[in-house]
Ligand binder design. Sequence first.
Ligand SMILES: Cc1ncc(C[n+]2csc(CCOP(=O)(O)OP(=O)(O)O)c2C)c(N)n1
Length: 352
Amino acid sequence: MAKEAKLPINKGLSKEDQLAFYRDMVRIRRFEERSLRVYQQGKIGGFLHLYIGQESIAVGCASLMGEHDHMITAYRNHGHGLAVGMGMNECMAELLGKATGCSKGKGGSMHYFAPDKNYWGGHGIVGGQVPLGTGIAYALKYKGLTGSCMTFMGDGAINQGAVHEAYNLAALWDLPAIFIIENNGYSMGTSQERSSSHPEHGLAARAEGYNMAWEHVNGESIFAIRDGVGRAIERAHKESKPTLLEIHTYRYQGHSVADANAKKYRTKEEIDDYRKNHDPLNVYRLYLLDQKIMSEDEMKEIDNAAKKEAEDAAKFADESDFPSVESITEDVYWEADNPDQRASQGRLFFND
Ligand SMILES: Cc1ncc(C[n+]2csc(CCOP(=O)(O)OP(=O)(O)O)c2C)c(N)n1
């Protein structure tokens, strides 16, 4: 890990930068742990897909975002939302379906959105976000902006047809698209080995078929993530070319918290090994201590603050109101809510 910290993009990081990465990862973990308890109290309807174990990816990627860099992801979307700066209150309230939630309580766990932070959610159809992310990259190029769109997907999404149509167009049209496979080894209860046919070089090597650059990245190291993603952002900004990254990671919880078989398709030894030896938060924590960048006391302080923030958010969400019945038809079509800005064929976004 110490060696990886010296990777080019991580040179010259200040103590504040490194502390912020740690704080952001801890905030995601404590938020998720608190939301699991809220779920167990029966206050969350529908699904809850936890990101615990993958925090380094969202935080590493968000730490590299500039003015015109965007993010879009699938349903395991809490980590990315918090990493780009969404507040715990609006995130927790959304889980409970409250009007104070980021999607006014109408989206729930799978549909966090913060367009003001270049964060385009939160999508439940496996692979459905990939053509959308490619469209954002297209819009950037169309508008002549120097930016990129990071589109996250699970290893299960890689076999969805629309994903490959999007890869093809991104490569064909030289779009500043960054496709990030968060390979946590399983799609629901099926291991990647049993669901994906792939060449010797894994899922990322499928990019070869599209003449697209690709890389494998070690997801347990935030520095390795920043390094690989940094290169992809540079390629997008300077050459307007896409990249496919396969970041190797793990999730400790089941597919969703309603996954009763979470411990059946993976051995206890496998889960314990990841927790003990490959946990991105712990690996980073040990690095910060070893390099004397942070003390145990500073870490405790960050941890306590994150726990309190999550506790306060749970209270805020609990005390918030549900959306009114009258509001059920709002936020379905932009044009219905904004008759004065009527547009056709989606040209509104491209015209502004
Ligand atoms: C088109 C489509 N097919 C099936 C599903 C049901 N489904 C939801 S999640 C999932 C597995 C996806 O696994 P992966 O992409 O590896 O993501 P992970 O949950 O591991 O982060 C499936 C099959 C769906 N939501 N959409």
